[in-house]
Design a protein around this ligand. Structure first.
Ligand code: C2E
Ligand code: CA
Ligand code: CA
Length: 645
């Protein structure tokens, strides 16, 4: 926090870089002047000594001059040792003593040197305290009177001049007028300085406050992004080759902490996290708060990815220590994105953008993760931005279609339903795969609107297919967690059922396992309210994620879809076969129906049937088809009837 914070803040004109007082500064300035005077007087003494030598003047005079020289020299040393009051005392009294001695040895009251006492009074008024000044004045007066008496009573022979008491009167008048005038002037100056000093202190305090507010975060007291950036630039100048790295740390699900435990607790959490991160900070590392639940750590001593990873692990370890106050305890995790500055391109903004992209990646990879930025992320980020722009208009431009993939009952070989899979055909471009555009739609929140469209279309098409002679036909629709969190899924589903006239039992909503792990947003409540109306729920891609069957029982889920990777691997890998068997057994025990995905061969279909799997989907029967092709495939009679009618 050092450095020159001078005139900019608050328009102050006199602010000392190192925060000294005005009075303190002035006394140091005086000290310099007194030292210069001492040097000048001592030079004069040396010259007069030479003079004495040349003209053979008395030894005693030379000895006295050397004494004065030595005393002034000592006074000077006190100034050097930061003891200015002793220095001033010595200086003033040495001059006074010299003047006194010279007048006593010379012409007494009539010696011109006696005027030197006026100078002594000026010094004393400027440099010392009023008490000291008064004392000196009395000493000077006493000396003048004693000199008068010495002349009157002939204690000392002052030679040529005749004496009378008016000489004492003149001198006393001169001293008194000088003393009063100079004392008043000096007092005025002192008061002015004191007032100035207090103004200065106030201005200084507000300047410090402005500086603190501009550079620090009010809640945690940590430096803010602005000061991190300043530190980064300073470091660039001081250590241009030091390897700088920036970590951005986002707390996972902090909103939920705030929402459920209140803002006071939320603030406490942020302060605690700030303290913990601060413990990691050292000479080569600054911890700061970016905004909200995002903190930053800027280092300049981590050169390779192993060191960066180790630091990220330390940070994440610190944050995930249990945290609480009173009887509220929680565990927080964090997502961390890091980026390294290159010597060739040390721009802070760029570093921050890259760390931001990496953080975003860490968050979207399922949180509690660390990602180090690499160039491929940049191009991916750019690609998703342009994709997001195109997605925005896709519904209006009718670029979406739903495709249906039949769901076959393994016992009978009959088509009992279909899964609706979204397809995007951007105008004038090649179709984009859902695996590519769904994550972008999720991240931008557009999935809420798109998902609503899918549900409406799926319900309408299902109703149409039922009318073509497949009354038990059901449709499965994929939904994203974002739709639960941000959309009003419950109403969207009920509206779609109402508008299409489809019975709720004909609609199955496919969830992913990770949605069942989130306790937020009342996903469980939303599911159970829809389930109570008759809507079915399936867990998609089971086995790929956390695979917690126990967790399933807390949700009103009726179907489990075994992930296609197990089906693909069933014949090559005995473990996969065993896993499929185990999943089927446990699911049956929980009363769940089972669907196997990715069935590409007769052999796989047979094997799954033997294991007790209820339904299956896969290229063995059909790829996802556009609705008309699907109807031709699944309900050819109904199609024929419908077209005859
Ligand atoms: P998913 O729900 O697991 O869908 C199954 C995917 O496997 C589909 O890919 C399907 O075309 C493919 N598939 C089906 N049978 C076979 C097979 O025998 N062999 C192989 N190799 N693949 C098969 P698709 O259509 O590309 O969809 C990919 C993912 O995109 C879906 O995975 C789903 O998670 C997501 N998705 C699709 N439509 C929607 C939607 O409307 N909303 C949401 N939120 N996600 C959707
Ligand atoms: Ca699915
Ligand atoms: Ca699946």
């Amino acid at each position: 926090m050092s450095g020159s914070k001078s005139a900019e803040a608050g328009g102050l004109s006199v602010v000392f870089n190192d925060g000294r007082d005005v009075i303190q500064a002035l006394s140091q300035f005086n000290a310099r002047r007194v030292k210069q005077m001492i040097a000048a007087i001592n030079l004069l003494i040396v010259l007069s000594l030479i003079n004495n030598l040349i003209f053979g003047r008395g030894v005693w005079l030379s000895a006295a001059a050397m004494c004065v020289f030595a005393l002034l020299w000592i006074a000077r040393l006190f100034f050097d040792r930061e003891r200015p009051s002793i220095g001033q005392f010595l200086f003033i009294w040495t001059i006074f003593a010299s003047v006194t001695v010279i007048t006593w040895l010379g012409d007494g009251l009539r010696d011109q040197v006696i005027l030197g006492n006026v100078t002594v009074l000026v010094f004393a008024a400027m440099l010392s305290t009023p008490k000291h000044f008064l004392f000196l004045y009395l000493a000077i007066v006493a000396n003048a009177i004693t000199l008068g008496m010495a002349s009157e009573y002939h204690w000392v022979d002052f030679g040529l001049f005749p004496f009378d008491w008016s000489n004492v009167g003149d001198v006393l008048l001169l001293y008194s007028v000088t003393a009063v005038t100079i004392f008043m002037l000096a007092t005025d100056m002192r008061q002015l300085l004191a007032r100035y000093n207090s103004e200065y202190r106030k201005a200084k305090a507000s300047e410090n406050e402005i500086y603190r507010l501009a550079n620090h975060d009010a809640l945690t007291g940590l430096p803010n992004l602005f000061s991190a950036q300043k530190k980064y630039r300073d470091d660039q100048v001081r250590f241009p080759n030091a390897p700088a790295a920036l970590f951005l740390i986002g707390l996972d699900n902090f909103k939920a902490v705030n929402d459920s435990l209140g803002h006071v607790f939320g603030d406490l959490v942020l302060k605690t996290i700030a303290d913990r991160l601060q413990k990691i900070a050292g000479e080569q590392c600054i911890v700061f708060r970016v905004a909200g639940d995002v903190f930053g750590v800027l280092t300049n001593n981590l050169s390779n990815s192993e060191e960066i990873l180790a630091t990220a692990e330390r940070i994440s370890g610190k944050i995930s220590e249990p945290l609480g106050a009173g009887h509220q305890y929680i565990m927080l995790t964090c997502s961390i994105g890091a980026a390294q500055a290159t010597v060739a391109d040390p721009d802070f903004e760029k570093l921050r953008r890259e760390a931001d992209i990496a953080l975003y990646r860490a968050k979207s990879s399922g949180r509690n993760a660390f990602k180090l930025f690499d160039e491929s992320m940049n191009s991916q980020a750019i690609a998703s931005i342009s994709m997001a722009a195109k997605l925005k208009t896709a519904i209006d431009k009718r670029e979406f279609q739903i495709y249906l993939q039949p769901k076959v009952e393994l016992d009978t070989g009959r088509i009992r339903g279909a899964e609706a899979l979204l397809r995007w055909f951007p105008e004038g471009e090649a179709p984009v795969r859902p695996d590519d555009f769904i994550p972008v739609a999720e991240n931008t929140g557009m999935i809420v609107e798109i998902g609503e469209w899918v549900i409406q279309q799926a319900c309408m098409e299902c109703k149409r297919i039922q009318a073509l002679g497949l009354p038990d036909f059901s449709i499965a629709v994929n939904v994203s967690a974002v739709q639960f969190k941000r959309g009003n899924l419950e109403h969207v589903v009920l509206d779609a059922l109402y508008v299409s006239g489809l019975g709720p039992q004909s609609l199955e909503i496919e969830l992913t396992e990770s949605m069942l792990l989130e306790d937020e947003y009342d996903i469980r409540g939303q599911i159970s309210r829809l389930a109570a109306k008759g809507v079915k729920f399936a867990v998609d891609d089971f086995g790929k994620g956390y695979s917690n069957l126990g967790n399933l029982s807390r949700f009103e889920v009726s179907t489990l879809k075994i992930d296609q990777s197990f089906v693909f691997a069933m014949f090559d890998n005995p473990q996969s076969a065993a896993l499929v068997e185990a999943i089927v057994r446990m699911a049956k025990a929980l009363g769940l129906k089972i669907v196997a995905e990715g069935v590409e061969t007769q052999r796989a279909a047979n094997m799954l049937g033997l294991h007790g799997v209820d339904f299956a989907q896969g290229y063995f029967w059909s790829k996802p088809l556009d609705v008309e092709s699907f109807i031709a495939y699944a309900a050819p009679d109904g199609m024929a009837k419908a077209s005859r009618a």
